[in-house]
Structure formats: C-alpha cells, structure tokens
Design a protein around this ligand. Structure first.
Ligand SMILES: *Cc1c(COP(=O)(O)O)cnc(C)c1O
Length: 368
C-alpha cells in the first residue's frame, strides 16, 4: 500500500505523489502507511536503518539517499542508580540521530523531483538536512538562530547549504523560514511526516537488538518530539503486527528551564523560558505538542524535568566513561537516573546519546 498524507484528526487525505508538508487549510499531516516486517530476512541484510526497507514509505530504491549508515551500538551503561541500555546515535554521519529522519525525508524529496529546499533548525536538524541534501545534489537553504553553536554553523556551510542567521528567538527563525517557504519546498523536520518515518527506525533497531522485543521503559528527549513521535509510530506498527510482547512506557525529558509540555500536563503555568545547557530541546512552542502528549499518555509514560545541575553532573559522569555527548544529550542520562531512583524494580530501560559532543565544544569549554 502506498503512503497517503492524512490530517491529524483523520478528516482529510492527500496523495503523496506530489510534494507537500502541510494540508490545504494548514492542518498538520501524518502518513497513513502499512509497514511490513521480515525478522528472518534482517539477519542476512547489511546493518543499518534501511534493512527495514519494507517499513519505510519510499517507493523506488533508486531514490534512497543513504550512506549505508550502520545500526548504532546498544551498550550496557552503568549509572549509580542502576544499569541502562544506551544507544549510541551520536555515531551517525552528521553526528546526531536526526540523520535517520533526514535520510528518509530527503529520499522522498528526491522522489518528488524537488531540486531546492528550505529548512529551519536550532542546529542538528539543519546539519542532517544539509548533509543528505549534499548527497542527493539538492540545493538547500537553512535558517538558524544567530546563537547556534559555531561548529554546527561551520558544518552546515561546509556541506554547501546557504546559511541564514536570524537574530531573536527560535520562533523568529521559523517565521523567516516560513516566508522563504512561499517560494521553495519547506523540508521541515517538524512538519514533514516522512521525517518521523525515519526517526522511527531507532525503535526497530532497539527491537532487533533486544532479540525482537522491546524494553519496558524508553527515556527520550522532548523538544519538538521528532524522536518521540517516530518511536510512537514504530511501537504501534510492531504492536499491530504482533511482533512485540512488551509495550514500552515513554519517559519524556525536558529541561526545567524550558518545559512547556511538562507544565501543560501537570497544569502548571508556563513561565518565559530560560537558557539551558540542553539547547537542542529548548523548544518553547512545539508545533506537535498535542500529539507528543497523547503519545506519552498512551504509553502509560510521563514527563519529567531535569535541572541544569543534573544535566551537568550527568554530562561529567558520561564523559568519564568514555562517551562524549552533546550537553543536550546528557539531559536524557539525567532523566534516566531520576526515573531509576524512583523505580528501582524496572527490568529494562533504554535511552540514547542523541548528538556528538564535538558539536558543542565551545559550550563545553565554557564549563571547564
Ligand atoms: C533534536 C535534538 C533533540 C531533541 O529532539 P526533538 O525531536 O526536538 O524532541 C535532542 N538532542 C539533540 C542533540 C538534538 O539534536
């Protein structure tokens, strides 16, 4: 079955034969698509997200944009509160898990024959989109907040993208990109549902690495929710296909300094956000807020927040064991520790390193 665009309230459908990222009346879109799984086949295929080819909604193999990314390692990682499974997604080509989404979204953009795209990001999504656009020879313009880490700016530029720095908030950057998107295709990781059908492969790999079952608990970052929503899709696909016995609880982590979703769920007024070490999840107005909250609730999970001190301490502890994450990624370690401290009986708990520490060297030096 071919994928079909479907509005979030399921009222409207659009063909995926031509390029689009939003409904005619501004509705957010998802995909109606039936993923197929072949566990016996996976052993004979090369490592990486595209081994789950029949679960990824790209029609023709010739359009696939991939560096033959490897399945990222899943290691046992000791914390003072217990041992967790840690998936090393910082080892992707552009240095973050966003490459999963970019590989699928840019493949679809190639399939559409779109030659020029515009995108906005607080950093890593811009790196990932510029990286896969370079592979596909697609011309690319990226808008980022002027405060983005210089190493990410250099990376975006060196991939050949046109880089536009925007003064002001993350929302000002989105506005500038929106305007540019009147003329060019908007390859937004938040809006374009094909991106989520890339991030979902994180869960497929965890499933394979747990002998084709799932851990009890997944601790995930909650910024725009591109990972949470992708994983929610994948859990439902595996559940529907009867391919897992455990349905994981999603524990969604926000920084105390910017926690709009946590506050909404707990009926706490939302103060103006403050700066945080976890810049990658400092999203004050996530466009898919309702969907993220629904996904976490459906999994019987919860939102939790971590303080700047907890992020910093977990960053130190992770580095001391030979893993060098972005500061943002340390928020998930801090979240896993907080969860374990209150739920010591949990049998399997998994989180990830979302991004490479080399991307935020400037911010890390300031902490030394
Ligand atoms: C994007 C990103 C996140 C958060 O992901 P969302 O999709 O915004 O929820 C976490 N860590 C890093 C390093 C990121 O780049």
């Amino acid at each position: 079955m071919k994928a079909v665009f479907e509005s979030v309230n399921k009222n409207k459908q659009y063909s995926t034969d031509s390029a689009r990222w939003i409904g005619d009346d501004g509705e957010l879109l998802n995909l109606n698509f039936e993923a197929k799984f072949f566990p016996d086949l996976y052993k004979s295929r090369i490592s990486g997200m595209w081994k789950f080819r029949e679960a990824i909604p790209i029609e023709h193999d010739k359009n696939i944009l991939s560096f033959n990314e490897s399945t990222t390692p899943l290691v046992n990682f000791k914390l003072p509160e217990g041992t967790i499974q840690l998936k090393l997604d910082y080892l992707f080509p552009s240095g973050s898990y966003k490459d999963r989404g970019a590989s699928v979204m840019l493949s679809k953009i190639k399939e559409w024959g779109v030659k020029k795209i515009v995108q906005d990001s607080s950093g890593n999504a811009g790196c990932a989109v510029a990286c896969y656009a370079a592979l596909g020879d697609i011309s690319c313009e990226i808008f980022v907040p002027a405060s983005t880490s210089p190493s990410k700016l250099a990376q975006i530029k060196m991939y050949g993208a046109q880089l536009n720095l925007v003064e002001g908030s993350r929302e000002d950057t989105a506005k500038a990109a929106f305007e540019a998107a009147q003329m060019q295709h908007y390859a937004s990781h938040c809006y374009n549902p094909f991106f989520y059908h890339g991030t979902k492969t994180f869960l497929y790999e965890v499933w394979e690495q747990n002998n084709f079952d799932l851990p009890e608990v997944l601790v995930l970052p909650a910024g725009n929710g591109t990972l949470i929503l992708g994983i929610d899709i994948a859990i439902n696909e595996l559940k529907k296909s009867g391919l897992c016995t455990i349905i994981p609880k999603i524990i969604a982590v926000q920084a105390e300094n910017c926690s709009p979703l946590y506050n909404t769920v707990n009926n706490i007024p939302i103060p103006k956000w403050k700066e945080t070490l976890a810049e990658g999840i400092a999203i004050a107005e996530p466009v898919r807020a309702n969907e993220i909250i629904r996904a976490v609730k459906n999994s019987n999970g919860m939102f939790l927040t971590v303080s700047e001190t907890e992020i910093k301490n977990s960053f130190d502890l992770t580095c001391k064991q030979g893993i060098y994450p972005e500061l943002t990624s340390a928020a998930c370690i801090a979240g896993a520790r907080k969860y374990l401290a209150n739920h010591s009986k949990v049998k399997s708990i998994c989180t990830l390193i979302t991004g490479n520490g080399l991307k935020s060297t400037d911010k890390i030096i300031k902490l030394l």
